[in-house]
Design a protein around this ligand. Sequence first.
Ligand code: SF4
Ligand code: FES
Length: 253
Amino acid sequence: MRVKLHVWRQAGPAAPGSMETYDTPDISEEMSFLEMLDVVNEQLNAEGREPIAFEHDCREGICGSCGMMINGQAHGPQRGTATCQLHMRKFSDGDEIHIEPWRAAAFPVLRDLIVDRTAFDEIVAAGGYITAPTGAASDANLTLVPKEVADAAMDAAACIGCGACVAACPNSAAQLFTSAKVNHLSLLPQGQPERYARVAAMVDTMEEFFGSCTNHGECQEACPKEISIDFIAYMNRDYVKAQFKNRKTVSQG
Ligand code: SF4
Ligand code: FES
């Protein structure tokens, strides 16, 4: 199959960008979207032209680095799928495909399709961890956790930090990402001691960089890990509680 690409090209953070058009050579519908870009880049290299810069690492939906807007949709047309796991069979011969970087003030473009997601790191650095020294791994049944709770924590922990939720949100809000990073800890017993300090610090940091949530729900639709906006409600509940918690009431749940 052959497709026509319209790709955002931008030489650097301060350089003006524009869409450029490329005809692909013959590509297989079995190729992943990134393999298709690899083939286009090989052709650009052979012609002595600058290849398209895009981020990738695992290519198996784990690392979260490969996000891009494909025909106006974060990670493209297949629900619950990161760009690296999208295949060309989702497109048809002769299609025109528009490819752009995430568009959000907190994610400045570094080059072509690569954006700087340092703002996410700042949120995690504000409290997305447990400070207690844990020593060696303890027996799995030492701290009993109901299966439903463990499953919910794992659902939150599935967040790969890709940024699609921010890119899809009309407010460029980061509530889905932040709530995933808050809840994968706060749902578990090990996350309780720092639960309220954590949520306050992470939400306050989030608000320094990102817009506010107005419940559009686009984040949940765009998320390659299908993380539920229920986690935003849990985070907001804990954030309100955190404003009132003190040493006397912190143990009262
Ligand atoms: S919540 Fe989903 S869309 Fe947002 S960063 Fe995590 S995996 Fe990506
Ligand atoms: S390259 Fe790692 S999630 Fe796509």
